[in-house]
Design a protein around this ligand. Structure first.
Ligand code: NAD
Length: 252
């Protein structure tokens, strides 16, 4: 694990109650940043804060926030500034998957797009305003490999994640001269609560693993490391990039 020297910096992570978001919150803290842990799950979010405190690196606080609600997103960014004084890094990672009988159902579409795409837009809107007040920062959005290649089973998830890649490129161009870099991570299949249902059956898991050239699922920490690196000065000339982290799945 690399320490990127983020002492005095402040990071906000959405969807940080578990999975990729928790791993990223811990990784930011390991590099010395103060972290606002945001999620709809209070229990999981507070557990992430406790893990950071137990590790004794960085400071952390929990903020209940539903990223599909504009008022929550506004309050979330205000909380980062009120609690820690500024906002330098934002990881817009909260997301929902859907495996339903009718993926073209209006409610399935609205919920998926509301969290996965509109949520990211609203986060970027508020975060950029806060970052511009202190001369810039870095935003990383969680898309998916389904933001780069098609998925025949999930229209809303696929469209939403393609939208996140588009928003990322938009933000990179809009704020490049103002000092905010905007990138996306595009994970392949990662071992988290989101994929639990699909991988609980050992045969299904083996099939999913066989579809990845590296022959395994990714771990949340393998995404988190890239997120913190993208926010760090080590990535100072990188913006507008959808970074595939998928064990080679889309190289086929
Ligand atoms: N796991 C994978 O294989 C995979 C692959 C590609 C992309 N992703 C993306 O990675 C991100 C993180 O997923 P994960 O795999 O860690 O799953 P996860 O289910 O462990 O984490 C998602 C988190 O988001 C939170 N959340 C859901 N809706 C929210 C909302 N409206 N507001 C705030 N928080 C909300 C959940 O409570 C949860 O803590 C998601 O955007 C997901 O689409 C995951």
């Amino acid at each position: 694990m690399i320490d990127y020297g983020m002492d005095g910096k402040v990071a906000l992570v959405t969807g940080a109650a578990g999975g990729i978001g928790r791993a990223a919150a811990l990784a930011f803290a390991r590099s010395g940043a103060s972290v606002l842990v945001c999620d709809v799950s209070e229990a999981g979010g507070r557990e992430t804060v406790a893990l950071i405190e137990a590790a004794g690196q960085g400071k952390a606080a929990f903020q209940h926030s539903d990223v599909s609600k504009a008022e929550d997103v506004k309050a979330m960014v205000a909380a980062a500034v009120d609690t820690f004084g500024r906002l330098d890094f934002a990881f817009n990672n909260a997301g929902v998957n859907s495996i339903t009988a009718n993926e073209y159902d209006d409610d399935v579409w609205a919920r998926s797009i509301g969290v996965n795409l509109t949520g990211v837009m609203m986060c970027m809107r508020e975060e950029s305003e806060a970052m511009l007040k202190t001369g810039g920062g870095a935003i990383v959005n969680t898309a998916s490999m389904n933001g780069v290649v098609g998925n025949p089973a999930q229209p809303a998830y696929t469209a939403g994640k393609h939208g996140v890649v588009g928003l990322t490129r938009h933000g990179a161009l809009r704020w490049a001269a103002a000092g905010i870099r905007v990138n996306a991570v595009c994970p392949g299949v990662i071992d988290t609560a989101m994929t639990e249902q699909a991988t609980a059956n050992p045969r299904a898991r083996a099939m999913i693993e066989s579809m990845t050239p590296m022959g395994r699922m990714g771990q949340p920490e393998e995404i988190a490391e890239a997120v913190v690196w993208l926010c760090s000065d080590a990535a100072s000339f990188i913006t507008g990039v959808p970074l595939l982290i998928d064990g080679g799945a889309t190289a086929i």
